[in-house]
Design a protein around this ligand. Structure first.
Ligand code: ADP
Ligand code: MG
Length: 568
């Protein structure tokens, strides 16, 4: 299909999308529209973010809504409030010339009353987050007996956010003669299971390769010492004066911390994370969308609902543990035909993570040097000069001040004038970058790091900083397996907290903790082996029995950073 009109969409929809600037269908649209208009079979669609999935399922659903039936006929589930609103807005644009088609959004964290009122009026299409959808089904406000289409958008993210049980319940409740569509950027095992349980012999389509990053994204990394991360970030921002990007951090605290530092240093930045009120988040997102903010510092979850297609950069202030998340992040740049750069600031111990991502996703990382002071100053200076040349001069407004200004400046020659004026704008920069140190890790610094590591414990400095574990470790440790991992929203600090809360005895030392996707490993002083196993007997996590066992299966370890793989 080359044009939308060959797809069998009606003129009202064609008119609306042409006004939105849609000319040609994207590959996922091409396939999904045809599928939905021609069959009632279930469908799994694999496509990354930014491939146009909303219109892919939205247009054919809108076209097929039966306006004689005042009941909810389509239910779209998505992971966040922001996505709900975005999808609803898109649907309203698609149905601009079909004003009788009604779409409403229902999501948590917002008054149920208004949402119930909207449902009571009768809507054909409901876009909702799983939790709130389920609440309203229970309250019998959302009626699901006439649903013809059930769409799971960003299914992998819904699972990541812990909506598995809600989804199970919704999928079991909705009438079985529905057509189910599942969209996901990745295909973890849990998604395959959902498909198996709740979908009938689904067709599978994918647009682009699975688990690969967009082609027009370059992947760069900067190797610095952990303590220089922030300084490196600043230099990257400084050497890209027109940067418009997201800086991804691991935790809410880190997000706020980095944003505060950037703001304090005069950058046009702000933080987006779950500790902000919904109002604050909306404000930040709006400022970012309208490009009043250049740098958004965000956690993965908070950035989820943000749909901005012109980002120049994605910066991984920290590498994500999961290669899929890396791809998700980097897929936010290089959209809509533009090119983008995904940057990772890493220290030498994280290099193996780059390898993991490379192996998994067939992308190649290119190492870049953290720019030095001179090249940054040069870049900024030229940028400033460009701005001066290109600025629109508002003659009328400045006219009356000019005689005075000319008079004041009359003693300066042209050259002096230029120098003075550059210095006004620029002295701060020059001072800051005068004698700026080289942040790149040389072979020497790397050797020193290794030496330090040898004397120290494995990679435990991070947790020591947080005060979670004691600084020295003596004696033997036993390694335990536990059946929860990052899929259950576990991370290292939380795992340590969980272990500490079960074992209770503060004198028991916790060793290395490796959180994997579906399970984790942790170490405890060997003399407490039995006590540890006992502590986890009958224990539950989010309603699921915890299973802790001694693990002697060394091959399941994370790659050991000190030993080259081949010796394992
Ligand atoms: P996804 O859900 O796959 O992440 P979206 O449906 O949100 O992607 O679309 C991403 C962006 O591309 C949106 O801004 C959307 O308006 C735009 N878009 C979608 N389809 C087309 C098209 N056929 N032509 C031009 N722009 C499109
Ligand atoms: Mg989408």
């Amino acid at each position: 299909m080359k044009e939308f009109k060959e797809a069998g969409l009606n003129s009202e929809i064609l008119q609306a999308i042409s006004e939105m600037g849609f000319v040609k269908p994207t590959p996922i649209q091409d396939k999904t529209i045809a599928h939905l208009l021609n069959t009632r079979k279930d469908l799994i669609g694999l496509a990354q973010t930014g491939t146009g999935k909303t219109a892919a399922f939205g247009l054919p659903i809108i076209q097929q809504i039966d306006l004689n039936v005042q009941k909810t006929q389509a239910l779209i589930l998505c992971p966040t409030r922001e996505l709900c609103m975005q999808i609803t807005k898109d649907f309203n644009s698609f149905s601009k010339y079909l004003p009788k088609v009604k779409t409403t959004a229902i999501y948590g964290g917002s008054s149920m009353e208004n949402q119930i009122r909207a449902l009571d009026k009768g809507v054909h299409i409901v876009v909702g987050t799983p939790g709130r959808v389920l609440d309203l089904i229970h309250k019998k406000k959302l009626k699901i007996d006439s649903i013809s289409w059930l769409v799971l958008d960003e299914a992998d993210e819904m699972l990541n956010m812990g909506f598995k049980e809600d989804l199970d319940e919704i999928l079991s409740a909705v009438t079985s003669d529905r057509q189910t569509l599942l969209f996901s950027a990745t295909m973890p095992r849990e998604i395959a299971q959902i498909a198996k349980h709740y979908m009938k012999d689904p067709d599978e389509i994918s647009a682009g390769q699975k688990n690969t990053a967009a082609e027009n994204v370059q992947h760069h990394y900067y190797l610095v010492q952990a303590k220089d991360r922030y300084t490196a970030l600043k230099r990257i921002a400084d050497v890209n004066p027109d940067i418009y990007g997201i800086v991804f951090c691991r935790t809410r605290e880190e997000t706020q911390d980095v944003a505060d530092k950037l703001i304090g240093d005069g950058y046009n930045a702000d933080a987006l994370h779950g500790n902000l009120s919904q109002y604050q988040r909306d404000q930040v997102m709006n400022r970012f969308r309208t490009q009043h903010l250049q740098l958004l510092v965000a956690t993965d979850v908070a950035a989820r609902g943000l749909d901005v297609s012109s980002l120049t950069h994605i910066i991984n202030y920290n590498l994500p543990d999961d290669p899929d998340i890396y791809l998700h992040r980097s897929g936010r740049t290089g959209r809509a035909g533009k090119s983008g750069i995904a940057i990772s600031i890493i220290h030498s111990k994280e290099k193996f993570q780059l390898k993991m991502i490379e192996n998994r996703s067939k992308i190649r990382f290119e190492q870049k040097k953290v720019p030095d002071g001179i090249s940054i100053c040069e870049k900024q200076l030229f940028n400033l000069v460009d701005k001066v040349v290109n600025i629109e001069v508002n003659k009328v407004q400045i006219e009356r001040f000019l005689p005075y200004i000319y008079d004041k400046l009359s003693d300066l020659s042209r050259d002096e004038l230029i120098q003075h004026f550059i210095s006004v704008e620029f002295n701060q920069f020059l001072v800051y970058y005068k004698d700026a140190p080289d942040l790149n890790i040389s072979l020497d610094t790397r050797r020193n790091e290794r030496e330090r590591d040898r004397g120290q414990d494995r990679n435990f400095d991070k947790n020591q900083d947080r005060g979670f574990v004691k600084p020295t470790r003596n004696g033997d440790f036993s390694r335990f397996f536990i059946n929860i991992g990052s899929r259950d929203s576990m991370d290292k600090p939380n795992m340590i907290k969980l272990i500490a809360s079960r074992i209770k005895d503060r004198s028991v030392e916790i060793g290395k903790v490796d959180v994997m996707k579906n399970f984790s490993f942790f170490e405890i002083e060997s003399s407490y082996e039995n006590q540890t196993l006992k502590a986890f007997e009958m224990a539950e996590f989010k309603g699921r029995p915890l299973n802790v066992e001694l693990s002697n299966n060394r091959t399941m370890e994370m790659p050991d950073r000190k030993k080259p793989k081949k010796y394992k």
